[in-house]
Ligand binder design. Structure first.
Ligand code: ADP
Ligand code: GLC
Length: 485
């Protein structure tokens, strides 16, 4: 029997993306289809989403959804069913999904995403004629209030459905002042440690973790790490208390978007047996970043420029990187001090460090296809996708041993090299000394072309498709659907 799942997310490729969540939410429908699961994605109708919707039809109307009118539109996402919450008062704005053009969060984000969750709970309950679901799958804090509505304020006469919450990043918890509670239109009973209350405020992610029937996070190592205060960030108690419901399921990559043999953004496409073809991409990238041509490796970074990503540490290591013959091309945006730090380094090292502040999907592909190594020195990383793209593209990942980075990269230590299984370089701690050492190891390995090619090929041949993870989600859905019957 086909299982029908409603997947609720604040972003999904190709309609709206600020990070890895969009890649994953966009890839899940195709990942689940081979396992007898039909996944329908619900996303907010941001201005950009509304303008790219084709042939959508109205399938439900709310005269008031937490105080504002809303409609539900049905369309398609890459051939799979899509639902869009069209609520202009919440989502028809100039700027990004979470904030204005200057990057300031909207003041009413709690209401915007409570409305998304309220809508999801109504849809799951059967509010929209002709739409029925067996499971609701809520991603991150923006959707995590869904289980709270299902539990404390379900649709009148609605169907009861089990829920799954996926934590893509414990650092973003959707924590708000207690004063908003009254406006959420939950029952008084929800104001409790067993409900939405969290350290005296309202915790969206906390509520989801407390109330969902299943909790997943995006790698097995991160599922372990969040049991500790350092990674659990205040929610480790719930992780421990509900540990029999917590599953670590690794993200995969979508081959339709990320395959070097068919990537339309690359100057030269290539497979694992055609590594020489990467040269044209590297030369194009050097030109694009105003870098000289050189014998040494070209490191790349495609990242949010934040503390999580260890970017402050990387700035401190750049003189060393250049001093030993490396070059760097960086694409990213984020904290102003970090952006300035990279811009300064580019001025100090013209022709050796090139920096592009901004967001550019096409360029991110060209960097994976032309860079020699991708640096991901994250302090924590629930899964991480750029190292996976690096592996698939023969752009050797140099990563911190944490979360999904630990689970996906095999360090080129002497034993792994001897066994011929290494795929990249790992550092244990994120500080200047270890990052400098990791960069040195990369430069050294790069000087042995045979060894380097082996690393590249091993990565390109490794399987990071959604196969096993799609099966793991399907098994979890089936178990929960069975539990509820
Ligand atoms: P996170 O979601 O924590 O930012 P991930 O590694 O899971 O980290 O996913 C980041 C995604 O966003 C990847 O698809 C990466 O290529 C993309 N990305 C990050 N920064 C940029 C940028 N400046 N331009 C284009 N793509 C970017
Ligand atoms: C989050 C995490 C990242 C993960 C992504 C998709 O943004 O920071 O590690 O890959 O979600 O699950």
């Amino acid at each position: 029997m086909t299982l029908r799942v409603l997947s609720v997310a604040s972003e999904a490729v190709p309609l709206v993306k600020t990070g890895g969540l969009a890649d994953v939410a966009g890839a899940l429908p195709a990942a689940l289809a081979p396992h007898g699961v039909e996944l329908t994605t619900l996303i907010p109708g941001y201005r950009s989403v509304m303008s790219s919707l084709e042939k959508a039809k109205v399938v439900h109307k709310w005269p008031m959804l937490l105080g504002q009118p809303a409609r539900l539109l049905a369309g398609e996402l890459g051939g799979n069913p899509l639902l869009v919450l069209d609520a202009p008062a919440y989502f028809d704005r100039v700027g990004g999904p979470y904030g204005d053009e200057a990057g300031r969060d909207w003041d009413d984000n709690w209401r915007r995403f409570a409305a998304l969750a309220r809508a999801a709970a109504d849809i799951a309950g059967g509010a929209a004629k002709g739409l029925a679901f067996d499971i609701v799958h809520a991603h991150d804090w923006q959707a995590a209030l869904t289980p709270a509505y299902l539990r404390f304020a379900p649709l009148d006469g609605g169907r009861s459905v089990p829920s799954v919450v996926t934590i893509h990043n414990m650092a973003f918890q959707g924590y708000f002042d207690a004063a908003i509670f009254a406006e959420l239109r939950l029952t008084d009973e929800a104001w409790s440690v067993d409900g939405v209350e969290s350290y005296g405020g309202v915790g969206f992610l906390k509520a989801g973790m407390q109330l969902a029937d299943g909790i997943t996070t995006v790698s097995p190592t991160y599922a372990q790490e969040i049991r500790s205060p350092e990674f659990g960030m205040g929610l480790e108690g719930i992780v421990l208390a509900r540990s029999n419901r917590v599953h670590g399921i690794l993200n995969g990559i979508d081959p339709a978007e990320w395959s070097p043999a068919s990537d339309p953004y690359l100057a030269a496409q290539y497979g694992a047996g055609q590594l020489a073809r990467r040269k044209a991409n590297k030369r194009a990238l050097e030109r694009e970043f105003g870098l000289g041509t050189d014998e040494g490796p070209l490191f790349v970074v495609v990242s949010r420029l934040t503390w999580q990503k260890g970017m402050d540490v990387l700035i401190e290591v750049l003189d060393h990187l250049v001093g030993i013959g490396g070059r760097l091309a960086l694409l990213g945006s984020g904290d102003a001090t970090i952006e300035h730090g990279f811009a300064d380094a580019a001025l100090r090292h013209p022709g050796r460090i090139g920096v592009r502040i901004g967001y550019d999907e096409a360029l991110s592909h060209r960097m994976q296809g032309g860079g020699d190594a991708i640096l991901v020195p994250s302090r924590f990383e629930p899964c991480g996708l750029t190292q996976l793209y690096g592996l698939a593209y023969g752009c050797v990942p140099v990563v911190a041993r944490t979360g999904g980075l630990a689970d996906t990269v095999i360090d080129a230590n002497p034993a792994a090299l001897a066994a011929g299984v290494a795929t990249g370089i790992q550092m244990t701690a994120v500080n200047q000394v270890s990052l400098a050492a990791a960069v040195s190891r990369a430069v050294e390995l790069y000087r042995s072309p045979g060894e380097w090619r082996r690393l590249q090929r091993n990565g390109m041949k490794a399987d990071f498709s959604w196969g096993a993870s799609g099966a793991a989600y399907a098994a979890l859905y089936r178990q929960l659907a069975g539990d509820a019957q």
